[in-house]
Ligand binder design. Structure first.
Ligand code: HAM
Length: 412
């Protein structure tokens, strides 16, 4: 006997038509905004060699340590469902020789990503991102443009209560010196830190700024920040990004304790948070990753990018799904007329209107009721004698119409 209690796997979402429509709209708006700025779509596989993420995202990150869906394929290779898109795009950039194209290469993508996290509102095991990557330039203009495009997207979608936080991690050298200073500070307060933070003083001291634990937070209030320690070139780069954002009227707040959960970031990092989202308050974020492509075996190539969570955008927007437009329903009195109805529906669809016919074998009365239920604006009724009537469902007005005039009448 068939089991009747199947459910979607834990941490996954079914998008029913109204939500799937809302998501389509988000994707359409993004494609328009990014397309106008010259970003081209790209798509990479849903799974990759595990090593790509271990190297790219970083072995000390939560993503790699705890959250990857990793399995062995039938050939004994270790495969991982992609937890993020930047490492795969850099892989594709190198694999397809895009470093030989005119730089920067400007790309955007969307699709599902997978992280084995504890599910809660705004946090899923399969979620969807729209992402952007600008590869092959270290100009602060690229950072500013990336940030402005994400700000534009969120504004165009009218996501309420969005705030931009900005930070800089400096370059690997200045960061290394800073990290030593931070480790020393953490060690001098070891007794006050949470177990998790204490255990990772050497592995990932920056995560201490992210801790939820009260005592750890109190210690971190006095901790040195990287923004105070940026060296000449890094400080100049950061100042330029800030000046560009200010010149374009993009409000932001410098957050000297901003950290991100991926290891590849250098210099600029940013996060768009939304008060209405609760614990998972980030809608999107990203930053510069000047060392990643070299890390993956390519030439030294600076790059910057971001990703936003589509589910988080939809959560923040609330339910504002637009109603579906149904221009016409074509009803038929009998089987002969059904064929004519279908032929006319196809013609209307080719002309760009939405047109439906009965697929459930309803009688004429049932078809009219159904047309009303789905909110069709007009019903075209093919009577048994072959005549055609058009009814305006708003006014109730009904009159004869020639099939060759239907398109004109509906387009009025
Ligand atoms: P990320 O911050 O890990 O960055 O993820 C970006 C966005 O994906 C988050 O702001 C959030 O909206 C969404 N997200 C992440 N995890 C989940 C989850 N479990 N459930 C729902 N939504 C989630 C990256 O992935 C980088 N690749 C961004 C980037 C691109 N940096 C440079 N280029």
């Amino acid at each position: 006997m068939a089991k009747s209690s199947y459910q979607a796997p834990r941490g996954t979402l079914d998008l029913l038509p109204s939500q799937a429509r809302a998501r389509q709209r988000v994707e359409r708006v993004a494609a328009t905004i990014l397309g106008r700025a010259g970003y081209e779509p790209i798509a990479t596989p849903i799974f990759e060699d595990t090593d790509l993420f271990e190297r790219g995202v970083g072995r000390s990150t939560d993503i790699v340590r705890k959250e990857m869906f990793t399995f062995e394929d039938k050939g004994g290779r270790s495969i991982t469902l992609r937890p993020e898109g930047t490492a795969p795009i850099c892989r594709a950039y190198l694999e397809h020789g895009m470093h030989k194209l005119a730089q920067p290469v400007k790309l955007f993508y969307r699709g599902p990503f997978f992280r084995h996290e504890r599910p809660q509102a705004g946090r899923y095991r399969q979620f969807h991102q729209i992402g952007l990557e600008t590869i092959g330039t270290d100009s602060p203009l690229a950072d500013a443009e990336a940030i402005m495009l994400l700000a534009d997207l969120l504004a165009e979608l009218a996501v309420p209560g969005v705030e931009l936080r900005l930070g800089s991690l400096g370059s690997p050298d200045s960061r290394a010196a800073y990290l030593e200073e931070l480790k020393a500070y953490l060690r001098s307060h070891e007794g006050e830190l949470s177990k998790d933070v204490r255990e990772r003083i050497d592995l990932n001291p920056l995560r201490a700024f992210d801790a939820d634990d009260e005592e750890t937070r109190a210690v971190m209030v006095g901790a040195p920040t990287i923004v105070e320690r940026l060296d000449g070139e890094d400080a100049k780069h950061f100042a330029e990004v800030r000046a560009l954002l200010e010149a374009d009227g993009v409000p932001y707040r410098v957050d000297p304790t901003l950290v991100r959960g991926l290891d590849y970031y250098t210099r600029t990092i940013f996060s768009f948070v939304c008060a209405g989202l609760g614990a998972q308050s980030e809608v999107g974020g990203g930053g510069r990753y000047d060392g990643l492509i070299e890390q993956l075996g390519g030439p030294s190539t600076p790059a910057v990018g971001w990703a936003v969570g589509i589910e988080r955008i939809l959560l923040a927007m609330g339910d504002n799904s637009a109603p579906v437009v149904r221009d016409a329903f074509l009803a038929a009195a009998d089987d002969d007329q059904r064929q004519r109805a279908m032929a006319l529906a196809i013609e209307l669809r080719h002309a760009g209107l939405s047109a439906e016919v009965d697929l459930a074998g309803r009688g004429l009365k049932g078809q009219l009721k159904h047309a009303n239920r789905i909110g069709a604006r007009h019903v075209l009724i093919f009577a048994a004698d072959g005549s055609l009537q058009m009814r305006d469902m708003k006014t109730g007005e009904q009159r004869p119409v020639a099939p060759s005039h239907v398109l004109d009448e509906l387009s009025k």
